[in-house]
Design a protein around this ligand. Structure first.
Ligand code: NAP
Length: 302
């Protein structure tokens, strides 16, 4: 695939931006990649790993003359960054983000985007529990979905950004921001909270049973611990910024949990069997859709 943008600015140089940089370089999709992160250490590592052609000390400098600006910082930092870069954007630039929540990011970023600049919110459904400038890899997005939010943007920049994601190995879907937030509350955000909770419970119990919970942890619990190792800042910001949808799903989750609890208490084996049969069919559907290779992975970031 050929070059899609002459200059790309990556604001934030962690797992997602680093993976984008390596995938863009591999595919020859960007002319120059300019980076900025909060700390000098992150920028140093990014240069050592060859993620960027150069780094800038401020986001304002990094976005100068960039054709594509990617905001790849935690959701809670988007507003401040957008306010700073707004006046320095190239008049016909495209700005996108990779935040795990969409409505709150749109509310935080859109007011700072000047006329003529196109803002296309995005979210790659790919990740790991790792973070930082050393964690990215070019294959991260392969066969994963990248979701783009179309709130009335012109077709050409949207198509170009979709081409970029496809060039990095992803499949692209376009959807509405509120729908995105509800879907992700079900598929990613609530499962993460449940994993955090389960590991917290086990940790308390572990003190009682003198380490046995960790020692004999079965695959299910080990998967929970991997998910619960995800970046605390990122996930704090996800929950604070997808409050409504997450609380809606957790409310439903609690009701279902009570129903299962009652079935166990009353010995209603039919109810439990029917329930598990239904959930097993969902799992098969996911595997058939090619969205799982076999290992449990609802904690692949996102
Ligand atoms: P990460 O590895 O923790 O990297 C975050 C980067 O943002 C770091 O380079 C950090 O710089 C920089 N940063 C933080 N605050 C900043 C600020 N105020 N100004 C400038 N730079 C700042 O995070 P990530 O996993 O790549 O996540 C980035 C975004 O992608 C988040 O919005 C997240 O919701 C979204 N996302 C994550 C995943 C996932 O699985 N991880 C998946 C999909 C989408 P320093 O290193 O110098 O602090």
């Amino acid at each position: 695939m050929s070059r899609l943008y002459d200059r790309v600015a990556l604001i934030g140089l962690g797992l997602i931006a680093g993976s984008m940089a390596l995938a863009m370089k591999r595919g020859g999709l960007a002319g120059e990649i300019v980076g900025h992160a909060r700390s000098a250490e992150t920028m140093k590592v990014a240069m050592e790993r060859g993620l960027c052609d150069r780094v800038c000390d401020t986001p304002e400098e990094a976005v100068a003359d960039a054709d594509l600006v990617v905001l790849a910082v935690p959701v809670g930092a988007m507003s401040e960054i957008a306010a700073r870069i707004g006046p320095h954007l190239k008049p016909d630039a495209t700005v996108t983000d990779v935040g795990s929540v969409k409505r709150a990011v749109i509310d935080a970023v859109a007011p700072h985007i000047p006329e003529g600049v196109v803002f296309i919110p995005g979210h790659p459904l790919a990740g790991t529990e790792q973070s930082g400038p050393s964690s990215g890899f070019a294959e991260l997005f392969r066969n994963r979905f990248a979701l783009l939010i179309d709130e009335g943007v012109p077709p050409e920049p949207l198509d170009r950004l979709a081409q970029l994601w496809k060039g990095m190995g992803a499949q692209v879907d376009v959807m509405d921001a509120d729908h995105h937030d509800l879907v992700l509350a079900v598929t990613s955000h609530s499962p993460h909270l449940i994993a955090y909770t389960m590991v917290g419970v086990a940790d308390d119990l572990s003190r009682v049973t003198d380490g046995e919970v960790i020692k004999y942890s079965a695959a299910g619990f080990r998967d929970f611990t991997r998910i619960a190792a995800s970046d605390p800042t990122m996930w704090r910001d996800v929950f604070l910024n997808n409050r409504e949808a997450t609380l809606e799903i957790l409310g439903r989750f609690t009701e279902e949990l009570f129903a299962l609890q009652r079935a166990i208490r009353t010995g209603d084996g039919d109810m439990l069997h029917d329930y598990f049969t239904r959930t097993r069919a969902i799992r098969r559907g996911i595997v058939e859709a090619g969205q799982d290779t076999g290992a449990p992975d609802f904690g692949r970031g996102q």
